[in-house]
Design a protein around this ligand. Structure first.
Ligand code: F6P
Length: 375
């Protein structure tokens, strides 16, 4: 008789709408279709270290499709650098031991870019790992889309729609800060869908005078308001140059000391960047003489019920993931490609980021309809 497969599942990184739909997709296919067992680990990789488990049976999986967040909880803990009693420790060995202790045949890791790296580390440590991409930033490499992006796009677009009323009625500039530290998919998508007049993304460093020029042009044509959709990681050309130089130093570092120095420099630049949206709004007010206001969308973008598009994507990912486990395909991420899904080796995903190519069709579209991108 063949042994019943037992699979573990965890969610790591920031929460995203659709995580529960994916847990359900894996669980229902694994339990109902293949007759496997499934155990959830709480709070990301930490649950595997601290023995915090939850048996995912039919009752637990029922009714979670439409629920936001993750029933398993999440954390940004890394297996190889986990804070234990205030000290950073490598817990990879403990995870490997516990995987065997719980009799797991596979471990499913749901997460963004950081989780893909951690998934690869555990795969290289000998575990049967399979991952599913989720992030509202949509920047996981090698997949068309990730769980959470569609919902966040809906929320950010609706917010821009609503901001139009105040901007228009008060003849103001409204600067809407949208999530996305290193990738501008969300700001660009919501900016186009919501008809923002200016869209600023990390991939296209901006010149303030170009933004001012665009706003003044609108005023000359009798439109005394503007909506600026700015990704939280968007920056002016000078700052972008400083970041690129520090990134380059980190990349080319010849020893741990040089690498650490570059990392410290990047952290300092990040700290300096905080509050950039508020500074930008103030500068635009001074230079255009139009009143400006800031709206920071923040965690609202990650919260609440997943959209139908995310429920569908998450269920497809989850079910395809259980199929791959059945076929003993490991060391891969389930990626979406067109209408289908396909396994992509984790080595091709980990450490890469899918940013907006400057000549992407969305960028070209925005330009065609007269949106200022700050360059
Ligand atoms: O990864 C998604 C994301 O929402 C980013 O856009 C954002 O910068 C980041 O997470 C912040 O998340 P947290 O504060 O939970 O670490």
């Amino acid at each position: 008789m063949t042994k019943t497969k037992r699979i573990g599942i965890l969610t790591a990184g920031g929460d995203s709408p659709g995580l529960n739909a994916a847990i359900r997709g894996v669980g229902k296919t694994a339990l109902g279709f293949y007759g496997m067992e499934i155990i959830g680990f709480r709070d990301g990789f930490r649950g595997l270290v601290t023995d915090r488990r939850l048996r995912l049976d039919r009752n637990v999986l029922a009714g979670i499709l439409t629920v936001g967040g993750t029933i398993l909880g999440t954390s940004r803990d890394k297996p190889h650098r986990m804070k234990i009693d205030g000290r950073s420790r490598d817990m990879t060995g403990v995870i490997v031991k516990n995987y065997a202790k719980y009799g797991l045949d596979a471990l499913v890791c749901l997460g963004g870019g950081g989780t893909q790296k951690n998934a690869l580390r555990l795969s290289e440590a000998g575990l049967n790992i399979i991952s599913i991409p989720k992030t509202i930033d949509n920047d996981v490499a090698m997949t068309d889309s990730s769980i959470g992006f569609a919902t966040a796009l809906d929320i950010a677009t609706e917010t821009i729609d609503r901001l139009h009323s105040t901007a228009h009625s008060h003849h103001r500039i409204v600067v809407a800060e949208i999530m996305g530290h290193r990738a501008g998919w969300l700001a660009l998508g919501a900016g186009i869908a919501g008809g923002a007049d200016v869209i600023l993304i990390p991939e296209i460093p901006y010149h303030v005078d170009k933004i001012v020029e665009a706003i003044r042009r609108r005023s000359r044509h009798g439109t005394n308001f503007s909506i600026v959709a700015v990704a939280e990681g968007a920056m002016g050309v000078e700052d972008a140059r400083a970041f690129a130089a520090a990134e380059n130093r980190k990349e080319k570092a010849r020893n741990p000391h040089e690498r650490n120095e570059a990392k410290l420099e990047l952290a300092a630049l990040d700290a300096r960047h905080a509050g950039n949206t508020l500074r930008l709004a103030k500068t635009l007010e001074e230079l255009t003489h139009l009143e400006s206001r800031v709206t920071i969308l923040g965690y609202v973008q990650r919260g609440g019920t997943p959209s139908p598009a995310d429920r569908l994507l998450a269920t497809r990912f989850g079910s395809a993931c259980a199929d791959l486990i059945h076929e003993n395909v490991f060391g891969v991420m389930v990626a979406s490609r067109g209408n289908g899904t396909e396994p992509v080796p984790l080595v091709k995903v980990a450490g890469k980021r899918k940013t907006v190519p400057p000549n992407h069709s969305w960028v070209e579209t925005a330009r065609r309809v007269g949106t200022c991108l700050g360059d």
